[in-house]
Design a protein around this ligand. Structure first.
Ligand SMILES: C[S@@+](CC[C@H](N)C(=O)[O-])C[C@H]1O[C@@H](n2cnc3c(N)ncnc32)[C@H](O)[C@@H]1O
Length: 304
């Protein structure tokens, strides 16, 4: 209930009083990772020596969370690197989740590559990145990663796991098979879909528009059949050609170099036209007050 009031307040203030407040923060807490995924710009940057591999200290993350909260954000997603590798002494990612809650964030989530056991958690949602059926996922993330992720998902005691698929030139064609396969995996509560966003060093993975459109047709049709695809139909439609008003200040970012960005860093990279992040399209539909998108968003972030 508290969440709903906060979201309503945010909407009224930003829409009608013109206050550009973030609703959500994406906070990178480490650049360390145990994988080298073919589509990941962070992996390319650490490999190329452009980014140091480090974990931020608990105090540093706490300070960054405070800044995000002060700016207005009340939903936080922890990112990396691999967030489950994050440590500061005895403190783990779970301590950051608890701290964010204590500070007043109404919703927390994090992504993981699924290669480590998925602990029970007080977070609202965990997204396990799966980029296809076994052959495709392992081609992108490394041999054996698919089986390990499925094992860790199935054995987890945590009850709010979703999978996150990023469609690119290598994996797009397995989407229908992937959806049907995931529907049969124990513990998976939803599937979210994004398209490859061509950050520096990963431009060659961008999926051509006509293939993106084909994937969107598949997703809308599977949604109609009742498969739990988290993206709203309107959000998917907007991703078809990206001809929607992008309001990327709705999410603020703390990047792996520790710098806070009041909007998506893709803007400065001049790649918004080819953006594939579903969240941008969803947020724009929320702003335009598309009821189905709002209902689906509340269902996801507040465990309604
Ligand atoms: C950067 S990873 C970090 C967290 C964790 N290691 C993982 O694999 O989920 C977070 C998410 O971003 C996605 N991602 C990475 N590069 C991307 C890109 N260029 N465009 C869109 N999504 C991307 C990943 O597939 C993953 O789902």
């Amino acid at each position: 209930m508290l969440e709903v009031l906060y979201y309503a307040n945010w909407y009224l203030r930003s829409r009608f009083l013109g206050r550009k407040m973030p609703l959500q923060s994406v906070v990178f807490i480490t650049s360390r990772c145990n994988l080298k995924c073919r589509h990941c710009a962070i992996s390319k940057a650490t490999e190329g020596g452009l980014l140091e591999t480090e974990d931020f200290s608990f105090q540093k993350v706490k300070g960054l969370l405070k800044e995000c909260h002060h700016a207005g954000s009340r939903m936080v997603t922890f990112e990396g690197g691999e967030p489950l590798l994050w440590k500061d002494g005895d403190l783990t990612l779970e301590d950051l989740v608890i701290e964010a809650r204590r500070m007043g964030f109404v919703s927390t989530s994090y992504s993981t590559n699924g290669t480590l056991p998925i602990p029970d958690s007080r977070t609202d949602r965990i997204f396990v990145s799966l980029d296809g059926t076994r052959k495709y996922h392992d081609m992108i993330r490394g041999e054996g990663c698919y089986d390990l992720a499925i094992k860790n998902i199935s054995e987890s005691k945590y009850r709010h796991i979703s999978v996150n698929f990023v469609a690119n030139v290598l994996n797009w064609e397995c989407v229908p098979e992937f959806i049907e396969e995931m529907a049969g995996v124990k513990n998976i509560r939803g599937m979210s879909f994004n398209f490859h966003t061509p950050h520096a060093g990963t431009e060659d993975m961008f999926l051509p528009w006509e293939k993106r459109s084909q994937v969107i047709d598949w997703l809308i049709s599977y949604k109609k059949k009742g498969y739990f695809i988290i993206n709203s139909t309107e959000g998917l439609r907007r991703l078809r050609n990206n001809k929607y008003v992008q309001r990327c200040w709705v999410t603020d970012f703390v990047l792996p170099d520790g710098k806070r960005y009041p909007y998506c860093p893709g803007y400065d990279e001049k790649i918004c036209e080819r953006c594939g992040y579903g969240m941008g399209a969803e947020m724009s539909a929320v702003w335009d007050f598309v009821p189905s998108t709002i209902v689906e968003g509340l269902r996801l972030f507040s465990k309604v």
